[in-house]
Write a protein that binds this ligand. Sequence first.
Ligand code: NDP
Length: 508
Amino acid sequence: MLDMTVITDAEIALPAEPVALQHFIDGTWVDSADGAVSERVSPSHGVVVSRAAQGGETETEAAITAARAAFDDGRWSRIPGKERAAVLLKVADLIEQHTERLAVLETLESGKPINQSRGEVGGAADLWRYAASLARTVHGDSLNTLGDDMVAMVLKEPIGVVSIITPWNFPFWILSQKLPFALAAGCTCVVKPSEMTPSTTALLAELMVEAGMPAGVCNIVLGYGMPVGSLMTSHADVDMVSFTGSTAVGKKISQIASGTLKKIALELGGKNAQVVFPDADLDAAADAVAFGVHFNVGQCCNSSSRVIVHKDIADAFTTKVVELSRRVAYGNPLNPDTQVGAIVTPEHQAKIDGYVQEAIAEGADVRLGGAPLEVEGVGSQFYQPTVVTRLTSSMRIVQEEVFGPVLSVLTFKTLDEAIALTNDSVYGLSAGGWSNDVHTCLAFARRAEAGTVWTNTWMDGYPEVAFGGMKQSGQGREIGRYGFEEFLEVKSVVMRVGRTRAPWVNGS
Ligand code: NDP
């Protein structure tokens, strides 16, 4: 047995029976027309957590029709921002009141530790509150310098009907990075969660109704990418698709959406590097590297799955990371002391292991872990904390998203080399630099090809600060004012003041 920290017991009882979930369309909860359902089995405890209606084209069409009607008649898009804000604030309060219920379901469906789910739900409430503040402050421009007889306004308007498609790794958080911002702008929405983690999205419908959201403004269809997500992307009555998921599916969405030239916003994968310069606070950096790779079992677009360390400190630093990784508490997600939980599916666990075994076959050295993990009484869908060295940048484990608790260690000698390795990726989501010299930090931040650069920290996010990717990590931004603007259309209104316009047709 690997010398590591494993937690087996739980403080929360498993639910007596699965939660039953329906679609939420035009203010009404409905089953699928054909009666189809899908079940989600907990990756950590093997119990059926939810039994969800499995939607098809009928439900998707109905949801889009409802969202279109709700947008066009102005029941949400044309009411004062103050009124939209009041509803969003109420939803935020209700999310907080229901934190425990939401967190337990999130943990059982995703396999993540309960304390992390609680944090995710609390953070999501804050996103709803921040979005509410934007509903009241959105504004465009006025141009009063066009001449005595002219004035112009640039108005911001809601873009229309937005399809929101989300993944399984942070179901409630990612939904809350999109939905309240779209709603604050005055858009109406159709939402599809991953079929593996539908519960918290479906339960949100109850909270929105209690908060006073008009029928048809937010519609939720449960089901698979095909056909639900695909129709949400191709449909002519949808004005924008906001998607978070894999780069492969993001590319498909981009192709399908081009048929109607609708706007797309894509948050995709990452192969993010933390770079450790020799003058850095090595204890703090090692802790951040352990956090960056093990958080959410590495099933995280922001996972810092690469660490690029200066050659002079590489051995000592890697030893520190290995020792810290042993102390990270893996195990039963229902125990509040657990820091890392289960892998989402057995197939994904096999994929993670495949990357590690391939690297070993190519000559890599596994300094820690490198195998699946069984947690007594909880199950075998876990993976050991893993640290891999003796790698080259071209190997698949270094280039591709492993999406597991697997750290690839690379080394550098010069700043240029560190930057070149950081940018040697098709992805460009996030990057981190560790140095006590502000000039080194700034040089790194300016040259790293990433939508977010952290220096002397990792994965600190705020509703106010835009998030998104460069290169094949995405298009557009989420959260902050930039994220909000994605849901707004720009309209210029040019006005003549008085009847001063010179006639174009002679004698008119
Ligand atoms: P997927 O891309 O497989 O799925 C994401 C969502 O898209 C799911 O709801 C899925 O439905 C749906 N979908 C699948 N096929 C289609 C289609 N043809 N048309 C429309 N929708 C479709 O990603 P995962 O759920 O596996 O999530 C993991 C991936 O997400 C990782 O690559 C990760 O990097 C990325 N990610 C990126 C983030 C970012 O902000 N940049 C944040 C979090 C994750 P279903 O699965 O139900 O069939």
